[in-house]
Design a protein around this ligand. Structure first.
Ligand code: CO
Length: 501
C-alpha cells in the first residue's frame, strides 16, 4: 500500500512538472484533409519586406484513411505546405501529393497498403502475409532544384509537383537515372560552392539498398538538375541510413548498430520498421565516401549510438568533424502502444554530439555539445559542409528530460552561448528553416521560419524569428486558418512561387 502511494505521488509530481498538456500535443496529430489557398491576413507583427521567396514543407497530412487509423505518423500520406513571401505579404497553399497509393486508398475509403512504421492492412497477419508492397507516401522532404519541386520519400523515387499550383505531376525518374523501385533519399544536401564544379552550387543525394550487405549510391546534380556524378559502393552489413552529411570532399554516413530481422515482416506480424533492433554490443561505423567517386571508402568505428540526422560536417587539415543528433539507442516501435500515448521519459532523447575523425590514424573522438533534448537542425546555407558558428534546432521547454519539441535553440559554437525561443506551454514546434537576409554578411543575420502548432486555437502559425536574437519576441506570427499536422522536413528558395502580384 505504501509503495503504491509513493508511486502515485511520484507520477503526480512528474505530470505536474511537464511543460505541456498531452491532450494539446495529441491534437497536433489530427488529420488535415482540407486543401486551401489564401493570402494570410491574420498577422501579429509585420513580415519583413526583404523576405522574398518560398518556404516548402512536407509531412504526413492524414493520420487515418476514412476513419481507419494508421499506426504511425511516418506512414501518413505526404502533404505539401507552401508559404510564398513577397513585399511583406504571404500566400499559403497546401496539397496532398497524389501518389498512386493515396489516390487508390481515397477511392477505396480504406487502408490498402502496409506501412513501413507499423500500419498493417486490416485482417490480421493473414491479410499481411508476404505482402511486401509498400506505399510510396512522398511525405519526408520537399526540395526545389533545377526548376522542379520534388517530394521525397527514402524508399522510392520522388514525386514531381508543379511549384506554382502544387499539382502532382507524377513519379520523377530524374531523366532516366532512377529505375522503378529505386530508392532516392529524403535527405539531400546543398553544396553552396563545389570545388569540382568551379565553385558552382550542387545538389548531393544518395540512395540505399539494404540487405546482408548495403549498396550506397551517391548522386550529384548541377543547378539545372543534370547529373554530374554517380557512383555506387558496397558496405558490409545491414545499414539503416536516413541522413548524410557532406564536406567538400566526402559524403558521410553513420551506420547505426542495428539488426534487421525480416521474418516477422515477411510473415505479416510486424512492419519493416518494427523489425529493426538496436545492437548495443556493436560499434557505430562512420562511412566516408569520396565525393569524386574514385578514392577508397573509409570506415572508422566509434561508440554505439543511433543517429537520424546530422547537423553539419567539415574538414580541417587531416580531420573531419561531424555534428550529429545522437540517441543512446534506436527508439524501437512498440506494436502495442498508440504513438499518441508514448511515454517520452521511456524513450532516449536526442542530443547534439561532435565527432572528430582523424583521417591518418582513423581515431575518432567525440564530445557532447549540448545535452539538452533536440532534433531538426538547420544552419546558414553557405556553411553547409564547412565550419560554421551558429546552429538552430528544435528543443524541449525543460532543459532536461525528454518531451515534445516546443522551443527553438540557437547555439553559438564559438562562445557556447545558447538562446531559446519557446512556444510552450500550448505551442509545439517543427524544424526551423534559416533564411539569410539579402545582402547580409554576418552568419546569423537572417530569419528563422518555424511552423508552430498552437493548441489553444487548434491551428498552426508560421513564426518568423530574428535569428540574431531569439530572446526577443517574434518579428511576425502568421496565423494560418487551420492546423498543419506535425511535419518533417522542408526548404526555402529565394524564388517567389506564389500568385502574380
Ligand atoms: Co529526416
Amino acid at each position: 500500500m505504501q509503495t503504491q502511494d509513493r508511486l502515485s505521488k511520484n507520477q503526480t509530481i512528474k505530470t505536474a512538472t511537464k511543460p505541456y498538456n498531452r491532450e494539446d500535443w495529441k491534437r497536433g496529430y489530427e488529420s488535415q484533409p482540407q486543401e486551401t489557398d489564401y493570402w494570410i491576413s491574420n498577422i501579429d507583427g509585420q513580415i519583413p519586406p526583404e523576405l522574398n521567396g518560398t518556404l516548402f514543407r512536407n509531412g504526413p497530412g492524414l493520420m487515418d484513411i476514412n476513419g481507419q487509423p494508421i499506426a504511425h505518423p511516418f506512414d501518413g500520406d505526404g502533404m505539401i505546405v507552401k508559404i510564398a513571401f513577397k513585399n511583406g505579404q504571404a500566400y499559403f497553399s497546401n496539397r496532398f501529393v497524389c501518389t498512386e497509393g493515396f489516390l487508390k486508398e481515397q477511392a477505396a475509403g480504406k487502408i490498402l497498403y502496409r506501412g513501413v512504421f507499423g500500419t498493417q492492412k486490416p485482417g490480421g497477419w493473414l491479410a499481411n502475409l508476404f505482402d511486401l508492397k509498400l506505399k510510396n507516401i512522398a511525405n519526408t522532404n520537399v526540395i526545389y532544384w533545377g526548376k522542379k519541386l520534388l517530394a521525397l520519400w527514402e524508399g522510392e523515387r520522388p514525386h514531381s509537383l508543379d511549384p506554382n499550383t502544387l499539382e502532382t505531376l507524377g513519379i520523377d525518374d530524374l531523366e532516366g537515372i532512377l529505375e522503378p523501385g529505386d530508392p532516392f533519399a529524403a535527405h539531400p544536401r546543398f553544396d553552396p560552392s563545389c570545388a569540382m564544379d568551379d565553385g558552382a552550387p550542387c545538389l548531393v543525394n544518395f540512395s540505399v539498398k539494404a540487405g546482408p550487405s548495403t549498396t550506397i549510391t551517391i548522386y550529384e546534380f548541377n543547378p539545372d538538375g543534370k547529373l554530374l556524378r554517380r557512383h555506387g559502393h558496397s558496405i558490409p552489413g545491414f545499414a539503416f541510413l536516413h541522413d548524410m552529411a557532406i564536406t567538400e570532399n566526402y559524403c558521410i554516413f553513420f551506420q547505426n548498430p542495428v539488426r534487421f530481422n525480416p521474418l516477422k515482416f515477411l510473415l505479416g506480424w510486424s512492419s519493416a520498421g518494427q523489425c529493426i533492433q538496436f545492437n548495443p554490443s556493436a560499434k557505430t561505423q562512420i562511412i566516408l565516401i569520396p565525393r569524386h567517386g574514385k578514392g577508397e571508402v573509409k570506415i572508422v568505428e566509434t561508440e554505439p549510438c543511433f543517429v537520424f540526422h546530422h547537423a553539419n560536417a567539415w574538414e580541417a587539415e587531416n580531420e573531419v568533424f561531424i555534428d550529429s543528433i545522437c540517441y543512446d539507442s534506436y527508439p524501437s516501435l512498440d506494436e502495442e502502444i498508440d504513438f499518441r500515448e508514448v511515454d517520452f521519459d521511456a524513450i532516449p532523447p536526442g542530443q547534439l554530439w561532435r565527432f572528430q575523425v582523424n583521417l591518418a590514424t582513423s581515431q575518432v573522438q567525440h564530445k557532447i555539445i549540448s545535452d539538452r533534448t533536440c532534433e531538426f537542425p538547420d544552419l546558414h546555407p553557405k556553411n553547409v559542409g564547412r565550419s560554421y558558428r551558429y546552429l538552430y534546432i528544435g528543443t524541449t521547454q525543460n532543459d532536461s528530460g525528454n518531451d515534445p519539441l516546443q522551443a527553438i535553440l540557437k547555439i553559438d559554437q564559438k562562445t557556447g552561448e545558447q538562446q531559446i525561443w519557446s512556444a510552450a506551454p500550448r505551442g509545439f514546434v517543427g524544424e526551423p528553416v534559416f533564411v539569410p537576409r539579402p545582402g547580409s554578411t554576418k552568419e546569423d543575420d537572417g530569419w528563422l521560419l518555424v511552423l508552430v502548432y498552437d493548441a489553444a486555437n487548434h491551428r498552426s502559425d508560421l513564426v518568423i524569428l530574428d535569428a540574431r536574437n531569439l530572446q526577443q519576441e517574434p518579428i511576425a506570427r502568421l496565423h494560418l486558418r487551420y492546423h498543419i499536422p506535425y511535419g518533417l522536413h522542408g526548404n526555402f528558395t529565394p524564388e517567389y512561387l506564389g500568385p502574380v502580384v
